[in-house]
Write a protein that binds this ligand. Structure first.
Ligand code: TA6
Length: 294
């Protein structure tokens, strides 16, 4: 499979495919600036993003399961068509299915791009009876841009949730300050999605936190005072943002996390989770996220 992928889609040193952990096919993107990103076709998971001055920016659990049967614990799991629990597998089927490579390119400006796709098939139709194609475009340049689109090829409208469930690596969760959330309503997933209001200028972590912030601003910021790093999340076409850290007890209960993993990541997830998106027959939905580190 890797041989075929390289034959059809590699681009000299900029884009290559290898057998990753568990033998799962993995793509490697290399930008002239020295930036690198990796993605697994399984779940279209961006599992690594490294920048020359900052090193690794995404958290991947050392205990992540690469058997190809469970979602990878870390990177940027792709949540679609369902957020959380419900009729479908938790967070939907997109992150637990193999995606195909649709195209690869190096732009005239030097950005390195790959488009991955997941289309309806009999197994997915049995769970979710719609004719769709989801695409994830990954663009590596001075920052990391992802564009998520859903095409409705059927004759029926359909509705879905989506999220980029990004695990950001941090120096220590105690050093993290989140900006942009003041005055927002949020649904507290620890209180049966009770609706509350956020009064804090800056969010910090001192307990399990699992919230869907509704109608969050287009730019959110993660400040990590421990490594003097700022991560800007610029989202478009995704109304909400989930903030999640499992903290001590929940972390211990999650089998593919180490007991101290809660200290090493925060999830800030651009998403449409509080409400679903409806795509009419023959129509296309598109949303994007740009991650910019300084
Ligand atoms: O996005 C936050 C959340 O919904 C949390 O409730 C927690 O369950 C997290 O996702 C991880 O979910 P997972 O199914 O990957 O264990």
């Amino acid at each position: 499979m890797v041989t075929e992928l390289n034959k059809n889609f590699s681009k000299s040193e900029s884009i290559v495919f290898i057998a990753g952990q568990g033998g799962l096919p993995k793509g490697i993107l290399r930008h002239a600036s020295g930036a690198e990103a990796e993605f697994y076709l399984f779940g279209a998971n961006i599992s690594s993003w490294c920048m020359p001055k900052h090193g690794q920016l995404l958290f991947m659990s050392p205990k992540a399961d690469f058997s190809g049967t469970k979602p990878l614990r870390g990177g940027i799991p792709l949540v679609f068509p369902q957020f959380g629990s419900g009729k479908l597998p938790s967070h939907g089927f997109a992150r637990i299915n193999p995606w195909s490579v649709k195209s690869t390119a190096v732009s005239s400006g030097g950005d390195v791009e790959v488009v991955l796709a997941l289309s309806a098939n009999d197994a997915l139709r049995a769970m979710w009876p719609f004719e769709f194609e989801a695409q994830l475009q990954i663009i590596l340049g001075a920052n990391l841009k992802t564009v998520f689109t859903v095409k409705n090829f059927g004759t029926k409208d359909f509705a879905f949730n989506n999220a980029l469930h990004t695990y950001f690596t941090v120096s220590d969760v105690q050093n993290v300050k989140l900006h942009g959330f003041k005055g927002l309503a949020y649904l507290d997933s620890l209180k049966n999605r009770a609706r509350e209001m956020e009064s804090r200028d800056i969010l910090t972590f001192n307990c399990e936190t699992d919230r869907i912030y509704v109608d969050a601003p287009g730019t959110l910021r993660i400040e990590d005072t421990g490594n003097k790093r700022t991560m800007n999340i610029e989202k478009n076409g995704m109304n909400d943002a989930v903030v999640w850290n499992p903290w001590i007890e929940r972390c211990k209960a999650i089998g593919d996390l180490e007991s101290d993993s809660y200290r090493k990541f925060v999830c800030v997830e651009s998403c449409n989770a509080a409400a679903s998106v409806t795509v009419g027959a023959g129509k296309t939905f598109s949303c994007s996220q740009v991650l910019r580190v300084s």
